[in-house]
Ligand binder design. Sequence first.
Ligand code: GLA
Length: 570
Amino acid sequence: MTTQTVRTTLLFGAILMLAAICYLPTQFNSPAARARDDGVARTPPMGWNSWNRFGCNVSEKLIKNTADSMVASGMRDVGYQYVVIDDCWQVSRDPQGTIVADPRRFPSGMAALADYIHARGLKFGLYTDAGSRTCQGRPGSLGHEWQDAATYAAWGVDYVKVDWCYNAGLDAARQYALFRDALAATGRPIALSICTWGTQNPWDWGDDAGHLWRTTRDITDRWPILLQIIRENAVRAYAGGPGGWNDPDMLEVGNGGMTTVEYRTHFSMWAMMAAPLITGNDLTRMSSATRDILLNHEVIAVDQDSRGTPALIVHDDNNLQVWSRPLEDPSTRAVALFNPTDKSAAITVRWSDIGLAPGDALVRDLWAHADRGVVADSFTATVEPHGTIMLKITAQSYVAATLPDPVVPPAPPAEAPVANPNVRYPYLSDLTPTFADSALGPIELNLSNGEGGAGDGHPITLGDTRYAKGLGVHAPADIRYDLGGACTDFAADIGLDAEVGQHGAAVFQVWADGALIYDSGVLHGGMTPVPVYLNIPGVHELRLVVAPVDWATNYAHADWAGARVACSVE
Ligand code: GLA
């Protein structure tokens, strides 16, 4: 090498090093996008996880056989994708701190296993823990988040489940955001499954950090636990949507502890709730009953519907329930007639309960794979004990009416603030929302929620006060506005409308650009209205959420009375 070449090489080397030094801090300091918006898990993830059936008994052989069965059974072709190894694959860290897979159980190593899975058109997932150890005492990721993310990416991992054992009092929202940033920095799209079992309210921040979040305790293969989990997950419906999903835990279908009818209910309710469909049985030996459930493409299509809106309970008569989920096609609803009781019962779905226009609708039974004909106004079926009939109902003449036309604006109320010429005080009921969803009826402008069509409520009344302006919704409800950063204050009186008397309960929340800035706690019918006043300078997305408090949402007529914002005049 000539002196000239050596000099040039050194110069280039120095420039490269400098570039690397300048690049690294920016790369590592720049926060990643909100997980919900990063393009991963636009529909609930589907796949298989080793834990429910195999516990710690995981091995390369099991994973390869499972991947092969996922293809051979046709599961891959109906959407199952991720093959996830849960706890116990890891044994130690090497002197550099790199996580080590059990060499006895995974002799070819994780990169080779990932290749095997990818070669079959599937994706590969692993489990770790945010704390110092996993729930089974294996090495956790605490203090190794960036190193582990880089290792997983180098192996070809596509999905990471991060558990919450030995968490040493960590702040979950921050700790999972750290994982999000570490995974994003690898440049590989990796789904992040948050597993705090519902502690620290992941439905409030989960979509910032990850793509799915456990809402409940661990599932077991027993009917009473299944019911409890459905109940607890259902009330979080408002939090799930494309890119971020409530996770009521993995499926037990086919593991033997429940009847076929109960497993059909399990699968139906997961699909209605837009839950991840992560199977947890032995895919290499499936009975035809198990296969028929896991491969029901009509039920899977509901789960995977691109609108991504989880179902709400729209009717509950002594536990005989009607659940409804709006689908991408606005004339269609997925409906579950759910009988958790021990006796057969007739359950009726009325079009008025599910926001479809009166008149004819086509009813299709998604378990029988059969049309039940075109029927008017309602449909009744007998549902066996613990059973679920799942329907797709398509209105024949659909009237698009998510939001009514504004009613004639009444005169401004006497309590209008003293006008400042540089500030305007629009009522939210005079602004156009970017998103509006109410469990029953449309969002009512300047009226209470009458549960049916537009304009069927009463003047908004909280306690003895009538309000000329405001929004009347039925929990769960979600209304969003784009304020463009121009407003500084938000004010409203909140409560359950006087028309429900002592009935009903709800929680009111205000979100500003994805952050929860107000939570009312539980408000009951008949309580004194609560004045809410919030500073919202520079906020773009203002989001008003009303969450239900319990299983049934009956009487949850929630008012954002007199809701208005103060904004600068451009
Ligand atoms: C926790 C999780 C389960 C499973 C086990 C593994 O209990 O909630 O889903 O991952 O740990 O140890």
